[in-house]
Ligand binder design. Structure first.
Ligand code: GDP
Ligand code: MG
Length: 293
């Protein structure tokens, strides 16, 4: 039934709405991949099955980091390119924020020679919807995008039209993942997503993009749910920043994640957070396979 299938990376500089979009797609039913038997190709976040397709959304750690580190002049050219291993790229920008950081991402896309859809987000910010036309006309000159879409990830009630556009540009092939049925996100996925969000909120540097969250153990006790989590970072310096003076930063990360998770699970949560170092973990497929949900 599903005739199209492929890997899709959502990229863009910080703050354009990638997480908002991903959360919106994941809120609707998704299949979480717990065992990547069929491929070691990518860092799969979740798989979305639609009537006609299977869309494999992947993480591109290092893409955002490369944007950030360009700013810091520590650009690692090799790692930028290796992270672009997808059938299709969804490149997100907004109606009003195009700048050199978008150019950095776009140059990576051009170099990777992978078809890219341009998504112009935050259309709700326009006073008049006609204003979108000149914006599209301007941005379409920048690259030979396979499609251009204007959306509001925040206000859109359904992501169906977005998914339909993606579907159009996927290769024709049988599903790569055997996902019996659509399932609710599993607990580990929800937990790691919430903690990632909290990292983004609490850290202003490139750290969130160079970290990954591993849920090690969940204990369902009578009165409380105990969750053991490791936050993996790239460097010793990052570890120090994540922990903060006297553990202050980590405490805040833990607190806001716990509040979020208590709401989600409607239960009392005990969250044990550890920060550990694994340098360039995103280039280590073994590590990704072992730690990823
Ligand atoms: P990311 O850094 O690319 O993952 O961006 P986020 O998803 O974290 O979004 C950054 C900010 O933009 C957040 O405050 C979002 O609420 C906001 N945002 C995301 N999408 C939209 C949108 O369609 N319209 C408006 N007005 N704000 C948005
Ligand atoms: Mg984000």
């Amino acid at each position: 039934m599903q005739k199209k299938c492929g890997y899709v990376s959502i990229v863009g500089k910080p703050n354009v709405g990638k997480s908002t979009l991903i959360n919106k797609i994941a809120e609707e039913k998704v299949s979480i991949v717990t065992h990547k038997a069929q491929t070691t190709r990518q860092n799969v976040r979740f798989v979305k099955n639609t009537k006609n397709s299977q869309i494999i959304f992947t993480d591109t750690p290092g893409v955002e980091a490369s944007v950030k580190s360009t700013l810091c002049k520590h650009l690692n050219k090799n790692s930028q390119i290796s992270t672009f291993d997808a059938d299709l790229i969804v490149f997100i920008t907004t109606v009003s924020s195009w700048n050199t950081n978008d150019e950095v991402v776009l140059n990576n896309i051009k170099r990777a020679k992978i078809p890219a859809i341009l998504v112009i987000n935050k259309t709700d910010r326009l006073k008049n919807q006609n204003e979108i036309l000149p914006i599209i006309n301007n941005l379409k000159e920048k690259h030979d995008f396979v499609d251009i879409l204007a959306i509001s990830a925040l206000k859109e009630s359904s992501m169906n039209s977005f998914l339909n556009v993606i579907e159009k540009h996927l290769p024709e092939q049988e599903p790569l993942f055997t996902t019996d049925s659509q399932t609710e996100p599993d607990d580990s996925f929800v937990i790691s997503e919430r903690i990632r969000e909290s990292l983004l909120k609490n850290l202003h540097q490139e750290i969130p993009y160079e970290s990954t969250v591993q849920v090690e153990k969940i204990e369902d006790l009578d009165h409380i749910k105990k969750i053991h989590v490791v936050i993996w970072v790239n460097t010793e310096g990052q570890k120090r920043i994540v922990i903060g003076k006297g553990g202050e930063v980590l405490k805040n990360i833990g607190k806001s994640s716990r509040i979020d998770l208590e709401k989600y699970f409607s239960r009392k949560i005990h969250l044990a957070l550890w920060v550990k170092i694994k340098s360039s973990w995103w280039e280590n497929q073994n590590f990704i396979d072992k730690t990823k949900i």
